[in-house]
Design a protein. Sequence first.
Length: 237
Amino acid sequence: MEPIPETRETVEEFGPFGDDDDVLGRLTASAARVRELVPTCVGISVSVFTHDVVLTLVATDPTIGALDAVQYLTDRPCLAALEGPRAGQVQAYDHDDLLDEEAWRLFARSTAAHGLNATLTLPVMTGDRVEGSINLYATEPGAFEGHHEEVAEVFGAWAPGAVRDADLDFTTLRAARETPDRQRDQVTISRAASLFAGALRIGDEQARDQIREASARAGVTEAALSETILRTMGSNG
């Protein structure tokens, strides 16, 4: 499996994320190990909640192109019970929400005909908090059965929290493709907050809060407001 172009861009332009300075090399090696365990695995996505990053590797398979289009037809979050808040935050682990597989499976089966017939979602834990997740995708029904422990060991994830067939839409592929834009927006917002904080002699966090509140009241995105701040205050500085 190989990283999609947006994942390469994210890592090269905004990485590293954490202490790993060769995240793509490590993920590619991990993907190869998973393919040995589950030969029909065609995609892997790693979500890092603290950095608001999704990195995706896919097999060279014509199915992937069709899936990329199919998942835009729905608006179901791939990790409703796992999905972290905004960057810099993590959430407490809720066992009941995470393992409510039946509700997710009933929804996800509607897209199984498009090529993905099995997914495995594994939380990455620190204590009792979810800081990330691993999503794996396969074309064979039940492909991950009996491999939860082994796959979790490959990624350092938590096998007892495994959820099956939660993301047959491959929504993490869309998230991964949007990651570079999200990271650019975060850089823009951080720069604007720092400039705004300096001008008003307030803390960066307070400046970010004011940008967040002002953009919500005005009905514009934080990134758009931040770009305006950088253009106006930056040119005056």
